[in-house]
Design a protein around this ligand. Structure first.
Ligand code: PEP
Ligand code: MG
Length: 316
């Protein structure tokens, strides 16, 4: 029965009363595209571009090589959305030519947008390659920066995009609590937000995502994390802009309903999770999702939040 229900699940993501929540795929490169298309992804919500940089940790790939790889992903979603994240090097994704080797706390050091602002040539080449890759395609290109801390970061990224002549929406990932708390200020510079809940959990709970001993604190059901999601989504709504989730949290079918209830406008996940999330959303109204979100935020622990949301959504 479960298989049949999933097979019947297709089409755009929406609650049972028709509130649309686009379901997008997280991809690491062209190789992940067929599974995303097969799962009925409405586009790409997170294109992690790091894969291109892994062949040679001493230098960035040429502009031509980047254009070719980006174009393959953009071509797969005609008329769809593709959100490309510029290079997120450092900490859990180190690259010799960008990442300082002597940082005592790499997760708190020069990573993500910080390393690109220190190496503007690498950022410029990537943005130029994206502009060329999108040329002549009907795709709706969005480009976002990882690890945006404040409005200064957001402006520096938007300026770099404009200077590269990129015809796209520019966005900021919300992965640092400061960005969630001051989301409205960041939205003065960019057109959308995307919550990276993996890093947002790491930085909210001071719990390294690579250290198993503190994994309890990486649980995206933590009410403090839900509060930061709510703050970001409310800010985006007030500014008339969108706020998606592209961290692991979006792949949990129950949590996907809670995120929707918190006001998140799209969900991006590994392709394999899309049918489950689609089926879960389709079973509940937006009002139920909102009640589940309120119940989860009223809880004290991740486990209590999960139980409270489940109770609301199963009509108990
Ligand atoms: C995140 O941090 O939630 C995210 C989507 O980015 P990554 O996992 O690649 O750091
Ligand atoms: Mg991240």
């Amino acid at each position: 029965a479960r298989k049949a229900a999933l097979a019947a699940s297709s089409g755009p993501g929406a609650t049972s009363d028709g509130h649309k929540v686009p379901l997008l795929a997280n991809v690491g490169g062209p190789a992940d595209v067929p599974a995303a298309v097969e799962a009925g992804a409405e586009g790409v919500g997170l294109f992690r571009t790091e894969f291109l940089f892994l062949d040679d940790s001493h230098r960035a790939p040429s502009e031509e090589k980047q254009v070719e790889a980006y174009r393959k992903v953009l071509e797969a979603f005609p008329e769809g959305r593709v959100v490309v994240r510029v290079l997120d090097a450092g900490a859990d994704k180190p690259l010799d030519f960008l990442t300082p080797g002597d940082e005592p706390n790499p997760a708190l050091g020069v990573r993500g947008l910080r390393s690109l602002l220190d190496h503007p040539d690498v950022l410029r080449t990537q943005l130029t390659a994206l502009a060329k890759a999108a040329e002549g395609l009907p795709v709706y290109l969005e480009v976002m920066a990882p690890m945006v801390a404040d409005r200064i970061d957001a402006k520096a990224f938007a300026d770099a995009c404009r200077e590269a002549g990129l015809q796209a929406k520019f966005g900021a990932m919300v992965e640092i609590p400061s960005a969630a708390l001051r989301a409205r200020s960041i939205l003065q510079e960019v057109e959308f937000l995307s919550l990276g809940t993996n890093d947002l959990a790491q930085y909210t709970f001071a719990a390294d995502r690579q250290v198993g001993a503190v994994s309890r604190l990486q649980d995206p059901w933590q009410p403090a994390l839900l509060d930061l999601v709510a703050a970001s989504a409310e800010a985006a709504k007030a500014e008339g802009k969108s706020c998606g989730v592209c961290g692991e949290a979006a792949a949990d079918p129950l949590l996907a309903c809670v995120l929707t209830g918190l006001g998140v406008t799209s969900l991006s996940m590994g392709a394999a999770s899309i049918p489950y999330v689609r089926a879960s959303l389709a079973k509940h109204t937006l009002a139920q999702c909102e009640r589940a979100a309120a119940a989860a935020r009223a809880a004290d622990t991740a486990q209590e939040a999960r139980v409270a949301a489940q109770a609301v959504l199963s009509g108990e």
